[in-house]
Write a protein that binds this ligand. Structure first.
Ligand code: FES
Ligand code: CO
Length: 345
C-alpha cells in the first residue's frame, strides 16, 4: 500500500508538489559575474559561478547568524558569507572554513547549507528543489541545431506558472492584445492541430509573408512546443532565413507569482534579423501581455474548478497543456507514493 503525502490532496496541492519536483531557471548565465539571489517556491537561493566556472545553486541563508550569502564572495569552489566569512562548498553545501577558528578541524559538523542541482541551458541556470520527476527540457526539434541564445531581462508577474504558459502560447488573443506589435491579425482561429505526448504538447501553424511586419522574413512554419510545467517555445522555420526561436520559462517565486525568464535564439548562420532585434520585437509583444495577464482572476489555472471557465476550439492547445500538467501531477504523486512505500524483499 502506498501512502499519499496528504489524505485528500487538492489539485492545487498536487500542482505545487509537481513543481517542487520540476526544473526551473533561477538566473541568467550572463549575470553570474556576481552571486545572484533567487526565490523558487518560497525557497531563498543563491546562484553563483564557482572558481572553475561551474554554476552552483545553494540555500541563501547562512546557518551561522542568518546573513544573505548572495552578498558574499566566491572563493574557488565555495561561497563566503559577507558577515563572518564562513565558507560553504557550492557542490555539497558543507562548511569548508570558519575564519575565526584557529583549528579548522573544529568546524561544527552539521553547519551546512542545502545544495541543489545546477545546469546551464538556453542562457539560464536551472535547478530543481526535490528529486526531478522529468528531465530538464531538451526539445527534440533543437537537438541537432546550433542555437545561439540571448537571455532577456526577466519579467515579474503576479500569476501562476500555468497561467503564464497559457498566455505565451494562446493564439486567440493576438488581434486584441497585440494590435500594435503584430498589426491586424485574423480573429477567427483556424482548426488547431494539437498533439500531446505525455507532458509535451505540439502544434504547427503557417505564417505567410503577407501577414505584415510580423512575418517580415518571409513565409515560415511555426512549431509550438510546450512542456509541463514551465517550458513554452515557438520555433520559426523560415524558408530562406533559417531557424529562430523564442522561449519562455516562467519560474514560480511562489504559487501565484512568477519571474518569467525568457530568451531568443537564432541558428548560428541565421540570415534574418539579429538576435538583439528579435529580442526587441518579442519584448514589445511580452510587454503588451503583462497588463492583461497580471489581472487574471484567479491568478493561476483553477485546477480544482473553483471558478467556472468555458472553452472553445481555439483553446485546444491550452486544454492539452492542462492535460500535460495533469500527467506531470500524476507522475509526481506516483513518485512520492513510491518513496513512501516501505521497501519489500
Ligand atoms: Fe554568516 Fe556569520 S552570519 S558567517
Ligand atoms: Co501575447
Amino acid at each position: 500500500m502506498s501512502t499519499p503525502a496528504t489524505a485528500h490532496p487538492t489539485k492545487r496541492d498536487q500542482a505545487e508538489r509537481a513543481m517542487r519536483h520540476s526544473w526551473f531557471p533561477v538566473a541568467r548565465s550572463a549575470d553570474l559575474e556576481t552571486p545572484q539571489s533567487a526565490v523558487l517556491l518560497g525557497e531563498r537561493l543563491v546562484v553563483f559561478r564557482d572558481g572553475s566556472g561551474t554554476a552552483r545553486v545553494t540555500a541563501r541563508r547562512c546557518p551561522h547568524r542568518g546573513a544573505d550569502l548572495s552578498q558574499g564572495v566566491v572563493n574557488d569552489g565555495s561561497i563566503g558569507c559577507p558577515y563572518h566569512g564562513w565558507e560553504f562548498d557550492g557542490a555539497d553545501g558543507t562548511c569548508t572554513r570558519v575564519p575565526s577558528l584557529a583549528d579548522q578541524s573544529r568546524i561544527p559538523s552539521r553547519a551546512a547549507i542545502r545544495a541543489y542541482p545546477a545546469v546551464e541551458r538556453f542562457g539560464h541556470v536551472w535547478t530543481v528543489l526535490e528529486k526531478p520527476v522529468v528531465e530538464l527540457y531538451d526539445p527534440v526539434e533543437w537537438r541537432d541545431r546550433d542555437l545561439v541564445w540571448l537571455a532577456a531581462d526577466p519579467l515579474d508577474s503576479p500569476t501562476g506558472v500555468a497561467a503564464a504558459i497559457e498566455n505565451f502560447r494562446d493564439v486567440a488573443h493576438f488581434p486584441f492584445v497585440h494590435k500594435v506589435s503584430m498589426g491586424p491579425t485574423p480573429e477567427v482561429v483556424e482548426p488547431l492541430e494539437v498533439r500531446r505526448d505525455g507532458v509535451d504538447v505540439f502544434m504547427e501553424r503557417r505564417l505567410d509573408a503577407s501577414s505584415g511586419d510580423w512575418a517580415a522574413q518571409g513565409d515560415c512554419l511555426m512549431s509550438y512546443h510546450c512542456s509541463a510545467p514551465g517550458f513554452a517555445s515557438i520555433s520559426y522555420h523560415y524558408e530562406q532565413a533559417g531557424l529562430r526561436v523564442v522561449a519562455g520559462f516562467p519560474s514560480p517565486v511562489s504559487y501565484e507569482q512568477v519571474r518569467i525568464f525568457w530568451g531568443v535564439a537564432n541558428e548560428r548562420d541565421f540570415k534574418g534579423d539579429s538576435l538583439e532585434e528579435c529580442l526587441r520585437v518579442e519584448e514589445m509583444v511580452y510587454l503588451e501581455d503583462m497588463p492583461v495577464v497580471e489581472h487574471l482572476q484567479p491568478r493561476e489555472v483553477p485546477w480544482d474548478a473553483e471558478v467556472p471557465e468555458f472553452s472553445v476550439p481555439a483553446d485546444l492547445f491550452t486544454l492539452n497543456y492542462r492535460r500535460a500538467f495533469g500527467e506531470l501531477m500524476n507522475r509526481t504523486e506516483r513518485l512520492l507514493a513510491g518513496e513512501h512505500t516501505p521497501a519489500r524483499n
